[in-house]
Design a protein around this ligand. Sequence first.
Ligand code: SF4
Ligand code: FES
Length: 362
Amino acid sequence: MTSPPIALLAELTHRCPLACPYCSNPLDLLAREAELDTETWARVFREAAAMGVLQLHLSGGEPASRRDLEALVTSAREAGLYVNLITSGIGLTPARLQALADAGLDHVQLSLQGITAEKADRIGGYAGGFARKMTIAAEVTKIGLPLTVNAVMHRHNIDDLEATIAFAANLGARRIEVACVQFYGWALPNRAALLPSRDQVIAAKRIVDAARPAYAHRMAIDFVPPDYYADFPKACMGGWGSTGLNIAPDGKVLPCHAAATIPGLTFDSVQDRPLAEIWQHGTAFTAYRGHGWMQDPCKSCARREIDHGGCRCQAMALAADPRAADPVCRHSPARAMVDRIIAAEATAPAPAFTYRRLAPQA
Ligand code: SF4
Ligand code: FES
């Protein structure tokens, strides 16, 4: 028996007013008609709690695009889950936020695209978004909900990191996640527009190291460095099918947000099969669980217990083989390709963004 997942990320919808060019959603975004209804999500939350899930992350797209968000929070809390809302703030109002708090919402994670309206609205592709976000940030702390600021960093805003940390602290955030952009979903085709330079990354690490003790009394600082510049990969998802799962707006259950980019995997839906059964026995979950799927160099590497071979989706995207070592690894035969990408893209003039948009419906 595999231990139950700790966390469930529920992508309630792919609809979103923003159009961030690094969105982790798939390129083929689902339309509203494909989304699970309120009652099905409520049943899924009960199933998740019954199998041992502790934390629910309500995500999207923009979860506030769902008119039934308050009902979803109520059902998740009734199921006994800790409920975190991951939001851009757009679509929330002070009244709606209060209703969510009354429904039992535990925590808000607010995205921050930049610290000026000009930059934030340009990166998010939504005029006026920054001002509305600031209203919601103030309201979150006024209500007394714990606030985490999620600042995705890339070549256009990483030089503002020091000011971004101060900005988050002034908003009253208890935590900031400084997450350097990872190249999945919409970020992959936008890589040349987003990849920071090595110098920018070195400076960012220094800033985080200095800021952590300086803010220790009021705000925690998490830092996700850009893995293209790392010597070894991250333990993506804490290991495939080991600690968390994602459910797409249409009910398909995925081991990670990019798993659909791996050919040959079949994803069960909560509409057809109990969640616990999908977690234990679904072929997408068993495909890369544990270490039996590994080939060298991972198979005989001492670090396999630490990083589990890195990211299967990155191995697919860069080495065209989901069983390969994550190509950012120094032991990977494909590492030279990552170095070539850095050399070609990180300091070249940035191309224009391809904004994330739902394809027009036929
Ligand atoms: Fe991790 Fe595989 Fe690289 Fe070893 S060879 S460090 S297990 S990715
Ligand atoms: Fe899929 Fe890393 S994003 S395994």
